[in-house]
Design a protein around this ligand. Sequence first.
Ligand code: GDP
Ligand code: IMO
Ligand code: MG
Length: 435
Amino acid sequence: MPATVIVGLQWGDEGKGKTTDFLAEQTAMVVRYQGGDNAGHTVVRGDEVFKLQLTPSGVLYPHITSVIGNGVVVNPVTLIAEFDMLTARGISTDRVRVSRSAHVIMPYHVALDQANETRLGGAKVGTTGRGIGPAYGDRAWRLGLRMEDLLDRAVLRERIARALPDKNLVLGSMGVGPFDVESLVDLAAGWGERLEEHLDDTTWLVQAALARGEHVLLEGAQGTLLDLDHGSYPFVTSSNPVAGGACTGGGIGPLQVDEVIGVMKAYSTRVGSGPYPTELLDGVAAGIAERGREVGTVTGRARRIGWFDAVPLRYAVAVNSVSSIMLNKLDILSGVDPLCICVAYEIDGRRVETWPSSGAALSRATPIYEQFPGWTEPIHAVRSLGDLPEHARRYVSAIEEHAGVPIVLVSVGPERTQTIERAFRPMRRRPGIPA
Ligand code: GDP
Ligand code: IMO
Ligand code: MG
């Protein structure tokens, strides 16, 4: 059962792009299973920086088939621009397959998302404004367009004409002008012509790869605490980043998952609104933000910064059945002294060690911290755990104890090589993967 799921354990931006890139070398296929162009995954290779929103990070390897699964919502404008960017930089997109069943983000979804956020004012979710919520909403309401619909003008006309009157009414109530059916049909048909050669029945592609014994990596976007079911609703995204989402959105069954690698960073960040008990608003946060370049990839917004929080970590390990962890950005903490890990919350005078499902309770939570001595040395060049400063080792061990599963990889810089492989069981070499 050679499928590995990569899942964010915090509020996104944990470094999933780096993790996928690090593991992809040993894989035949990388599948994105949910989210859309709200995601921004950065992969650094020497002087080259790739920021990917829709295409799985494995596209940078010529031997990998990259799959955009049925659980993704695709904005064709972003996808086409991303293909053009990759091609211009010498990366072939020929092996990118897009599920015929993936839903399409239409211009009215983007307009609705943005107008609704404006209307919410101070209560806004702080979305990326990419139309993610409205597109998933239409999917659930059976009003959506799927990628295969882009290939048939009659179907396009029928489906757009069915959805649009309501959209225009709502947009009109928020002061936004109407969209026109025929213009949207022309636009969407143009996307279809451009993307047709990439459309596929991706579930069978994934199943065939697994049947051949090839290794498949399933790359999540966002993170567990932004999950529609498991995050702090309503300050969440509209899909399921958790490992279960890899099954529904990638076309595999639960028993086909071999390993779940949880990705987290050595502190926390969050973009957008919502409760964040360990948020830091002082100079420590400013230092971490600057060294860690904590600026949103998609929106350019400053990411909120906080201490590492072990309360949602324990929850994330449980709901994802995480089998091992990659801890990223440990290098950013050099020079921060002391360091804090939140081990529990105080809510209404009671000590709480479990992540509360109630957003209201979470917003009243005060963190209870354990302090750790910091270290001052830069650690970018360290390649084995034994060479880390003692206090860094102690900090990693404390996080591991809370997680209850091994931290097998520790990242000390953005590049693939800046990785400490600790008790990491490399995935077996499998057919279809160059030696
Ligand atoms: P993702 O959305 O989970 O893929 O994460 P992002 O790419 O949005 O944000 C992570 C950022 O941290 C990227 O710019 C990465 O290049 C960078 N990064 C990843 N791991 C490390 C690390 O260990 N150290 C440092 N300094 N940067 C890292
Ligand atoms: P990656 O894959 C961090 C956040 C938004 C907002 C909430 C809902 O790079 O980790 P949406 O546009 O999805 O409706 O916004 O989710 N958000 C992310 N935060 N990293 C991401 O992706 C995110 N994708 C969405 O900031 O709070
Ligand atoms: Mg990101």
